[in-house]
Design a protein around this ligand. Structure first.
Ligand SMILES: [Zn+2]
Length: 63
């Protein structure tokens, strides 16, 4: 799991982050933030349709 630049308030160890599609809804991202040292775990669901598009990506039929 990738480590993020955010520390656990309990033990000050860096959090790790993991994201996958929610099992019950494929439009939802299931984001888990977890401290590997003390196992403090946070969870949030993000609707993929509510995320901002930063880059539409390359298109083969560009003008
Ligand atoms: Zn911790």
């Amino acid at each position: 799991m990738p480590t993020i630049d955010l520390n656990c308030p309990r033990c000050k160890a860096p959090y790790q982050i993991e994201a996958e599609m929610a099992a019950h809804d494929e439009q939802l991202l299931d984001v888990v933030v977890q401290c590997r040292t003390c196992n403090r775990t946070l969870n949030s669901f993000i609707d993929i349709n509510e995320m901002m598009v930063l880059d539409e990506g390359a298109s083969s039929d560009s003008e």
